[in-house]
Design a protein around this ligand. Structure first.
Ligand SMILES: C[S@@+](CC[C@H](N)C(=O)[O-])C[C@H]1O[C@@H](n2cnc3c(N)ncnc32)[C@H](O)[C@@H]1O
Length: 244
């Protein structure tokens, strides 16, 4: 198992992506209860890896990998799996999961903005429930970096809290999400967690993300917004234009 500090240098005016925003998931207590709160499910991760064609020999990079379930499941099927996260606590937990399953993914303490992929271009880049940690300008930079990690024709998968409701109805949709998703303390993410997400984190509209994805050199193959507050984009890195 390897862990590298694969980082690119950035100007001093860059977004401080190592400083947690909103609900701090990086404390030891938050990391210990994360999988229960988030409903981490290896079977669901496997279903996603099947959809994305992650098999033995495929190079996959998961940005904002958290406790590392998707990365470990990818490594268990023989993929060259890279987990990237700004949180040392999350990576420690992820390394423990990998050890339990006897696999050796590559772990990188790095962020969306400064991750430098020092390996062959990736076939698949994933990011689940993490891109909303960046304000929109920086999401665009993160998507450019994700595209740079991918080989032409490679796949980017994004799942996140993202808003597909009519902006004029935002309050109703957000309140309904908070009311239905909140759990008592000790049983899941709480009302305060969801309220903090809306108030202080940077989830944005699906139509804003669509424009950003396209401007990062990616083509949207499909999207699905199963709830008005959550959704996914499946994208492909455009092939270079053939010269005349
Ligand atoms: C809600 S968790 C999602 C974890 C995992 N992807 C999942 O689906 O369970 C968000 C993760 O993003 C990480 N994170 C926050 N900002 C980041 C950044 N700028 N670059 C990379 N990871 C970041 C956090 O440390 C945390 O582990």
């Amino acid at each position: 198992m390897s862990q590298t500090e694969s980082k690119r240098s950035h100007p001093s005016w860059s977004f401080p992506e190592y400083t947690p925003v909103g609900t701090d998931l990086s404390s030891p207590a938050a990391v210990a209860s994360y999988d229960r709160n988030q409903g981490t499910d290896a079977a669901a991760d496997d279903a996603l890896l099947d959809r994305l064609g992650v098999t033995a020999g495929i190079c996959m990079v998961d940005l904002g990998c958290g406790t590392g379930s998707l990365v470990v499941q990818a490594a268990r099927r023989g993929a060259e799996a890279h987990g990237v996260d700004v949180s040392e606590e999350m990576l420690t937990h992820a390394r423990g999961r990998a050890r339990r399953f006897g696999v050796t993914p590559h772990w990188h303490r790095a962020g969306f903005l400064d991750y430098a992929h020092r390996a062959a271009p990736a076939d698949v880049v994933t990011t689940k429930s993490a891109l909303h940690q960046l304000p929109d300008f920086w999401k665009q930079q993160a998507l450019l970096n994700a595209a740079a990690v991918l080989r032409p024709g490679g796949t980017l998968y994004v799942w996140d809290v993202m808003f597909s409701f009519d902006p004029a109805e935002a309050e109703d949709h957000l309140q309904r999400w908070i009311d239905s998703a909140s759990r008592p303390q000790g049983e899941g993410f709480t009302r305060a967690d969801f309220e903090t997400h809306v108030r202080e984190e940077f989830s944005t509209y699906t139509w804003v993300l669509e424009g950003m994805i396209e401007r990062a050199g990616l083509e949207i193959v499909s999207h699905s917004f199963p709830r008005t507050t959550h959704g996914e984009f499946l994208c492909r890195k455009r092939l270079p234009m053939a010269s005349a």
